[in-house]
Design a protein around this ligand. Structure first.
Ligand SMILES: Nc1ncnc2c1ncn2[C@@H]1O[C@H](COP(=O)(O)OP(=O)(O)OP(=O)(O)O)[C@@H](O)[C@H]1O
Ligand SMILES: [Mg+2]
Length: 256
């Protein structure tokens, strides 16, 4: 009876259509998780924790939900990412063949592009091949603005993002496109058009308060999802990002 009830609840709430991030406070803000088959942008200024959040989504996907994941970086050396994530409680070596980390610093990608004549189609093919090979359900591109720098003008960038989004959607994965924005602004994208192309936007903020910075996250948009709209506080801890329902220093027992 219990199992039947649980299945019924699962079907009624539509949670089967959601991919839990495994960050409980964030999943609560989203009413269960991120909508499947959708393209979500995660924007934030430097050090807000975009890479950590993206990797938690992939890591929890494999460890907790048995969903393989692909992480494509255009910024950091892969060895450095592995080492950084281990200090945040994620041992990527333990994910085995359900996880793939590809790419490297943009300069490497750019040189490779110049040398081999590889273009957008080749990056797209690589993503599609790996997704099919490991049966990935989750994809992260980090950061999307560096990927967009590979294109010469605004029209090409728009076309590239639209085409990429279309293909990612067809693959049926939940895709996170991480986006760097300027410090101390309420901007949610670098070029000003990205938020219109994607299905959802999570915005991470560094908010200056007195002598320190407080960090807050909000769901700016999420097509087809009833979600919270307030900015909720979060911290980056030894176990990755923790999102709170209220200020953590005021009420520890109210942590989600
Ligand atoms: N073990 C830890 N405990 C608490 N905070 C940590 C820990 N490890 C890293 N951090 C914090 O997390 C930040 C890095 O987060 P992350 O790389 O995910 O941010 P980002 O938004 O991707 O940054 P970037 O702009 O460099 O891409 C560090 O700058 C540091 O402030
Ligand atoms: Mg980063």
């Amino acid at each position: 009876m219990y199992v039947e009830g649980a299945i019924m609840k699962y079907m009624c709430t539509g949670l089967g259509l959601r991919a839990q991030t495994g960050i409980s406070g964030l999943d609560a803000m989203l009413g269960g998780g991120l909508p499947r088959g959708r393209i979500i942008m995660v924007s934030g200024s430097t050090g807000t924790g975009k890479t950590t959040l993206g990797m938690q989504f992939i890591y929890n996907g494999v460890k907790k939900f048995n969903e393989p994941g692909l992480y494509m970086t255009f910024e950091q050396d892969k060895a450095k990412i592995r080492s950084d994530m281990s200090s945040l409680g994620m041992d990527l070596d333990k994910l085995g063949d359900k996880f793939r980390l590809v790419g490297g610093p943009i300069a490497t990608v750019y040189r490779y592009k110049k040398k081999t004549g590889a273009g957008f189609e080749d990056i797209l093919s690589e993503v599609k091949e790996i997704v099919k090979e490991i049966n990935a359900k989750r994809v992260v591109l980090d950061p999307i603005n560096l990927f967009l720098m590979l294109f010469d003008d605004e029209d090409e960038r728009r076309m590239a993002l639209a085409t990429l989004s279309e293909h990612l959607a067809k693959l049926g994965c939940v895709s996170l496109l991480l986006c760097e924005v300027q410090e101390q602004t309420m901007d949610i994208s670098r070029y000003g058009f990205e938020e219109f192309v994607v299905d959802g936007v999570l915005a991470m903020y560094n908010m200056n308060q007195g002598q320190s910075f407080l960090q807050g996250i909000t769901v700016r948009k999420m097509r087809g999802v009833k979600h919270h709209r307030e900015i909720r506080p979060y911290e980056i801890t030894d176990q990755g990002i923790v999102v709170y329902s209220t200020q953590p220093w005021l009420a520890e027992d109210e942590r989600l």
